[in-house]
Design a protein around this ligand. Sequence first.
Ligand code: ATP
Ligand code: MG
Length: 227
Amino acid sequence: MILGLHSFKGGSGKTFVATNLGYKLSESGKKVCIIELDLKAPSLHSYFESSNFVNDLLSKKVSVEECLIKARKNLSIIIASPSIQEIRKELVRSDVESLKILERLQKVLTELKLMGFDYIILDNSPGLSYMSVNSMLVSDIIFFVSRAEKDDLAGLRILYEVSKNVEKPKYVILNRVTKEAEIEFPVVAKIPCSCEVPDHPFFVEINREHEISKAFDTLVEKILKIV
Ligand SMILES: Nc1ncnc2c1ncn2[C@@H]1O[C@H](COP(=O)(O)OP(=O)(O)OP(=O)(O)O)[C@@H](O)[C@H]1O
Ligand SMILES: [Mg+2]
């Protein structure tokens, strides 16, 4: 099952949700792979090391096996390249190249499923781009990660409008929630805000009793039921 994480505005918590949701799903016994598809502004290289990146994988330079970082039992990660050259390539990619990337992404996902991965989490760039729309097209479930603030919610409405022809189940994950917020879309999780987000890739691993970890447990229960 492919889970796509999107947001209109940057910094809503997609990467935070990708890593912590991935961790919790893997802990439930599922085999999980997180793929960083934010090729314009990668961030997972700050926590994980690799000499092969999703950029190389999508341009067929390396195999899936060569890119997989084994982060934990049942949890693998494929990160995006932090090299300026690679980021620049992403900024000038043509429409034709983007279509080829879509085909390649589909093949990579099929391969990962054949390797036994139960859940593949796609951590996308914010806003709308060929890459993020490609990612919506290959996802089985689309999650929009949003803060409960007015400007984020306005962006969320734009995303719903733009993706209305993409016929996939869509849910909102409200992140950094500090107050009650009523919204017109289905909310599948409300993740509280913490002032003590540590310099560690998996908040839920080192803060097991925290409200955030409990919110991820509830989200995992719901996702496992969606299958
Ligand atoms: N629930 C939370 N409580 C406190 N801090 C959080 C929470 N969720 C995310 N953060 C922090 O907010 C910052 C932005 O989160 P993150 O990088 O996950 O957002 P993003 O949507 O991936 O951003 P971008 O669009 O730039 O990729 C990070 O420093 C992250 O640790
Ligand atoms: Mg991110």
